[in-house]
Design a protein around this ligand. Structure first.
Ligand SMILES: [Zn+2]
Length: 252
C-alpha cells in the first residue's frame, strides 16, 4: 500500500472516522503517533472515506463496504457491486465493514448473505483485505473465508468462540481488540486465550458501548490492557501489534 511514510506507534484498524469532521480527525491524528483504518457503512460513506484518504494520505487506510446493518432491501446487492467498483477504481485494498450478523439484525440474514457474497468474490479475485463484522456468525464467516480462499481478513471486536482462534491463526487472519476490553469479560477472555501475534487494536469509533465513548485515542489504553492480561511489557505489545499491522496491511 502506498503512502505510509508517517511514523506511527499505535494502530486503530477499525474506526468509522468518516463520521468525524476533517478538523476532528486532524486533531485526533495530531494527538498521538497513530495510524487509522477507516471503515465505511455504505456507498455514501465509502465516498467520504475516499475523501479522507486523500486528505490524510499516509496517516489513514481506507476500507469500503456495506455494513450488515445497512442491508435493508435487495438494492443493497447492487450497492455492494458499486462499492466494489469504487474500491477497484481507486486502488483501495480493503473491503469493510462487511460480514454477517445474526445477533442484532438476524431478520435480514438472507439478504446479508447475498451482499457478503459480492465482497467475498471481489476479495478472492483481487486479493483484497476484509475488515469483518461477524456478530453471532463467527464460524459461518470463517468457513466462508476458507471456501473462498481469502488471503487475509481481520475479525473486528472478536467475541466469538475460543475454539475458533487456532483456525483463525492458522490462516494468518487477525482479530482486533476494542476499548470494550475495559469491562467486557468475553473480550478479556479472548485476549487471555489468543496469541499476541494475531491481535490488532481498534476503536470502532465513534460507537458508544456501555458508557465508553469509543475513540481512536483509546487504542493506547487497549495496548495496556492486553499487556496486563498477558503479563507482558506494554512497549513490547505495542511494537508487536505495529509490526503485525505493517506486515499484513502495508507491505502485502
Ligand atoms: Zn464497526
Amino acid at each position: 500500500m502506498q503512502g505510509h511514510e508517517y511514523g506511527f506507534r499505535y494502530v486503530d484498524v477499525h474506526s468509522h472516522a468518516h463520521e468525524y469532521s476533517p478538523e476532528e480527525l486532524e486533531a485526533i491524528l495530531a494527538s498521538a503517533p497513530l495510524h487509522i483504518v477507516i471503515v465505511s457503512d455504505d456507498l455514501e460513506t465509502s465516498r467520504r472515506t475516499l475523501d479522507y484518504w486523500r486528505r490524510f494520505r499516509g496517516r489513514v487506510t481506507p476500507c469500503l463496504g456495506v455494513h450488515p446493518w445497512s442491508v435493508k432491501s435487495r438494492e443493497a446487492v447492487e450497492e455492494a457491486r458499486k462499492t466494489v467498483e469504487l474500491a477497484l477504481e481507486n486502488g483501495v485494498q480493503c473491503l469493510g465493514e462487511v460480514g454477517l450478523d445474526t445477533k442484532f439484525v438476524g431478520e435480514t440474514i438472507e439478504l446479508q448473505r447475498s451482499v457478503f457474497q459480492v465482497f467475498l468474490e471481489a476479495a478472492r479475485d483481487h486479493n483484497l483485505i476484509l475488515n469483518l463484522h461477524t456478530a453471532g456468525t463467527w464460524e459461518e464467516v470463517l468457513s466462508l473465508l476458507e471456501r473462498y480462499d481469502i488471503g487475509y481478513a481481520n475479525f473486528h471486536w472478536y467475541t466469538g468462540p475460543l475454539h475458533l482462534i487456532p483456525r483463525i491463526a492458522d490462516h494468518g487472519y487477525t482479530i482486533s481488540i476494542n476499548p470494550a476490553i475495559r469491562i467486557q469479560k468475553k473480550h478479556q477472555n479472548v485476549v487471555a486465550n489468543a496469541p499476541l501475534e494475531i491481535m490488532l487494536t481498534e476503536s470502532d469509533a465513534p460507537y458508544e458501548y456501555k458508557g465508553i465513548k469509543m475513540s481512536p485515542t483509546l487504542v493506547r489504553e487497549v495496548v495496556e490492557h492486553i499487556a496486563r492480561i498477558k503479563g507482558l511489557d506494554a512497549g513490547h505489545v505495542a511494537e508487536t501489534i505495529r509490526s503485525t499491522f505493517e506486515k499484513k496491511w502495508l507491505k502485502r
